[in-house]
Write a protein that binds this ligand. Structure first.
Ligand code: 8X3
Length: 252
């Protein structure tokens, strides 16, 4: 029987790679969520050749829309078996005394509060069925703090805490909860962080082999396809060239 997988932030980066990966894999139908209706529609057309796909256009910050659209899902998409909390962004890389309030709001609102809204919209049906799987896309920035990472790192440390807390609280219902925490992945992440400064963004991934979004999609698929008694609770993945947020070997 096919499982329904809901992916937030599905129109770019790790989310899009994960949607593409699961469409090609056997046994999954997709609920793709994102802010870009045009790209959602394009993905629905492309991936719809391989499996059933529906789309929900919302910003995870818009809690009314998040709850309304998820509640409005119809069969065969209404039972969400797997939730991938992927939507997230970095805004700026400034020392704490120079950071912008808008950037701070965006990171806390999207990475933390948005993740909570989507989770709260999905968890009750999982509790009722006493089954389900929630995977948070955290970050190495949720495991260590690096210079100028301040609020972004705080938001990802919050994801780490939410992952642990959710696993504790949903344990009684037999729901699997875990996180995948990537290090440096070559996506539009740095372009967003540096607000379109493509040279600065490209520099982040230059001189070594970063992870590709497909590498993370492959790992998420591994996590999802373990037997039900196996829960990957917390997985950190970095490029071989990366040992920490600040130590990258550019000679390998
Ligand atoms: C993305 C990885 O190192 O830019 O979360 O924080 S990093």
């Amino acid at each position: 029987m096919k499982k329904t997988i809901l992916i937030t932030g599905a129109t770019s980066g790790i989310g899009k790679a994960t949607a593409t990966y699961f469409a090609a894999a056997n046994g999954f139908r997709l609920v793709l969520c994102g802010r870009n209706q045009k790209e959602l529609t394009r993905l629905q057309e492309e991936l719809g050749k391989a499996t059933e796909v529906t789309t929900l256009c919302f910003d995870v910050r818009d809690k009314d829309k998040v709850f309304a659209l998820i509640a409005g899902l119809e069969a065969p998409f209404s039972q969400i078996d797997i939730l991938i909390n992927n939507a997230g962004n970095a805004h700026g890389l400034d020392p704490i005394d120079k950071g912008s309030l808008e950037d701070w709001d965006a990171m806390m609102d999207i990475n933390v509060k948005g993740l909570l809204y989507v989770s709260k919209a999905v968890i009750p049906q999982m509790v009722a069925r006493q089954a389900g799987h929630i995977i948070h896309i955290g970050s190495t920035a949720g495991k260590e703090v690096y210079p100028n990472g301040n609020v972004y790192c705080a938001s990802k440390h919050a994801v780490d805490a939410i992952n642990q807390g959710m696993r504790l609280d949903l344990n009684a219902y037999g729901i699997r909860v875990g996180a995948v925490n990537p290090g440096l992945v070559a996506t539009a992440f740095s372009e967003v962080r540096f607000k379109g400064d493509t040279d600065r963004a490209a520099n982040v991934y230059e001189g070594y082999q970063p992870l590709k979004p497909e590498d993370i999609a492959d790992i998420i698929h591994f996590v999802v396809t373990r037997p039900y008694h196996v829960n990957i609770a917390d997985l950190t993945v970095m490029p071989t060239a990366q040992a920490s947020s600040t130590l990258i070997n550019k000679s390998v």
